[in-house]
Design a protein around this ligand. Structure first.
Ligand code: ADP
Ligand code: MG
Length: 264
């Protein structure tokens, strides 16, 4: 579904100079004078219908990586193809269309529209796609029902708990019916019990609808629970890609071995 090839992202004044040096083996610290190397030479494929987890400590480059997939961050170098279409180098209007029609995103802090009803929030992606009001309302109602929030359709997001707001975020993303869902620490702000409920709901929906999901987390147990495959990031680099079992039983290096020691 997604093919990422040798992608770099450097924030700063001389990104291309930094990439040149990183390509010849310089470290993140060595290129610091030219900028912050958030993502260094990332290559991986996301397969259709899988949950692909990107796991790593805070600052390892996960958000930057996922935001390059839908053009919220422009990559400094490399290639990203989504169902065969190159996204790197697309213009703003084309990227908006990719985000509208191809990839929905779910954020840690929900990013709901505060002055619109829960129902309108769920319908929002469909509105952007130009779906007519009666149809998008019907679809949004169906999704609200699916996530157990029918009673709340006229409420404002702020009247709901965090867990409920994230159900709205999930309903919005699924209602838009894009092939790919990008989720950046989507459950990280939730209490453990609610969080587990959301993880189970996500797996259920994914199995039912066959979505391709890229899910970011810094939480090892969440990664192990959700991931069909996991990419482990460290300091901007992907250090291993494998199934949860691969990562547990055959860690690529001491860093990964150390990381997975704490699995429940
Ligand atoms: P993670 O999501 O894994 O916590 P990020 O992708 O947010 O990591 O950040 C990776 C690195 O890039 C960090 O050092 C961060 O400070 C830096 N960074 C992220 N976004 C920007 C930005 N817009 N400008 C400058 N530096 C950034
Ligand atoms: Mg992040």
């Amino acid at each position: 579904a997604i093919a990422v090839e040798s992608v770099f992202k450097v924030f700063g004044r001389r990104p291309n100079e930094a990439v040149k040096r990183l390509r010849t083996g310089a470290s993140r610290d060595e290129v610091r004078p030219f900028g912050t190397a958030a993502v260094i030479d990332a290559s991986f494929d996301v397969r259709r219908g899988e949950i692909f987890v990107v796991m790593g400590l805070s600052g390892s480059g996960k958000s930057t990586l996922i935001r390059m997939l839908n053009g919220l961050n422009e990559s400094t170098a490399g290639s990203i193809r989504v169902f065969g279409t190159e996204v790197v180098g697309l213009g703003a209007a084309e990227l908006r269309a990719v985000r509208r029609d191809r990839m929905s995103m779910v954020f840690q802090h929900f990013a709901l529209l505060p002055h619109r009803s829960v129902l309108d929030n769920v319908a929002y992606g469909l509105e952007l796609q130009g779906v007519a009001l009666p149809e998008r309302t019907a679809t949004a109602r169906r999704w609200l029902d699916r996530v157990g929030l029918s009673k709340w359709e006229s409420s404002l997001p702020g009247e709901l708990s965090g867990g409920m707001q994230q159900r709205v975020g999930l309903a919005r993303a699924f209602a838009a019916d894009t092939d790919i869902l990008l989720m950046d620490e989507a459950f990280s702000a939730l209490d453990p019990l609610i969080r587990r409920e959301m993880q189970e709901l996500l797996i259920e929906l994914q199995q039912e609808l066959g979505k391709t999901i890229v899910f970011i987390t810094h939480d090892l147990n969440e990664a192990m629970f959700l991931g069909d495959r996991i990419a482990v990031m460290r300091d901007g680099r992907i250090v291993q890609v494998g199934t949860p079992n691969d990562i547990l039983t055959d860690p690529a290096n001491d860093y990964v071995a150390q990381f997975v020691q704490d699995v429940d």
